[in-house]
Write a protein that binds this ligand. Structure first.
Ligand SMILES: Nc1ncnc2c1ncn2[C@@H]1O[C@H](COP(=O)(O)OP(=O)(O)OP(=O)(O)O)[C@@H](O)[C@H]1O
Length: 295
């Protein structure tokens, strides 16, 4: 199965939210990484046929997804950023209700709902009202509703927003498991959400796909740009103004700075291995989205 995006553009009046994107995705986890306003949701909404592109097209196994219509939606699962949940419904009733909207026969739905609730680890909350669930539990219900039709393509818009560290880990494991047999596209602006589970990272900035590759590819693209140096406190401001500083750690003798720069920032700086956090800073800048990512 492949999903191919060709010259995809979306304009809102004169504003270009998605700008000529080209990419092909197959099975596995794709991490769509970008700051707020990069165009991630707009791209995902086009992938879900909720928005029509201004230009370009998306094909699934060679067929235009807009022409596939219902056949495409049968193989698609979507978790929007603010998924509409019904506070007074129990988890069970909510999932049965969504199943009926999706046209799943009640007898099939009952079995499927039980299976999915087990998969997302919500058995104990099965009869709890949605309004009484934690943020992480609600997101897991969101995943379950997106999985009701056992989709080949699962699109998750910021699924980890507002989750605590334990919930994030649990979520990552669940997503990895789900991606064994389908394409999962997951958007986030938090590097650690995708660092360990994404087969490929898609970096999106100002509507454009600025980089695509594995975590290793991305790190290798800037492996000689990360420096660590120990400086006096009074040098920090000057160095921070001239460079992108990814970490500042103070100790009794001064300050240790982690700097992203093509050139050695100070004489005594030593090279360090890059991480995906450094890559993110390199492309998106310290004040995310403010500068153009160049050094
Ligand atoms: N219906 C619309 N009309 C006009 N502008 C829009 C519309 N939808 C999105 N935009 C603009 O397009 C840009 C991209 O928005 P989008 O929601 O796709 O970004 P995002 O990367 O998903 O950000 P976030 O994480 O904040 O949701 C933003 O500047 C947004 O204001």
């Amino acid at each position: 199965m492949d999903l191919t995006i060709t010259n995809l553009t979306k304009k809102f009046d004169n504003f270009t939210a998605v700008d000529n994107i080209n990419v092909t995705m197959t099975t596995g986890v794709y991490g769509l990484l970008g700051v707020n306003g990069a165009g991630k949701t707009t791209l995902m909404r086009m992938l879900c046929t909720l928005l029509r592109p201004t230009e370009g097209k998306i094909t699934c196994n060679g067929k235009d997804i807009l022409a596939m219509d219902g056949d495409y939606r049968k193989i698609l699962g979507y978790l929007p950023q603010d998924f509409g949940f019904y506070p007074e419904f129990t988890v069970k009733d909510y999932l049965l209700y969504i199943s009926s909207i999706k046209g799943i026969k009640p007898i099939v739905a009952k079995k499927r709902v039980r299976e999915l609730v087990a998969k997302v680890g919500l058995q104990k909350a099965f009869n709890k009202k949605m309004k009484n669930l934690s943020g992480g539990m609600k997101r897991r219900v969101g995943i379950a509703q997106a999985m009701l039709n056992n989709p080949q393509i699962l699109i998750l818009d910021e699924p980890t927003a507002g989750l605590d560290p334990n919930e994030r880990i649990r979520f990552r494991n669940l997503i990895s498991e789900l991606a064994e047999e389908r394409l999962v596209l997951l958007s986030t602006h938090i590097v650690s959400d995708v660092e360990y589970i994404a087969n490929e990272i898609l970096l999106m900035k100002d509507g454009q796909l600025i980089h695509k590759g594995t975590v290793v590819d991305l790190i290798n693209s800037m492996k000689e740009y990360v420096w660590v140096c120990h400086v006096e406190k009074n040098m920090v401001q000057n160095l921070s103004q001239k460079n992108k500083v990814s970490n500042i750690k103070s100790d009794v003798n001064g300050v240790e700075l982690r700097i992203i720069s093509k050139d050695k920032p100070v004489e005594k700086a030593t090279r360090e291995n890059a991480t995906l956090e450094d890559v993110f800073l390199y492309y998106f800048g310290e004040k995310a989205g403010v500068n153009n990512g160049t050094i």
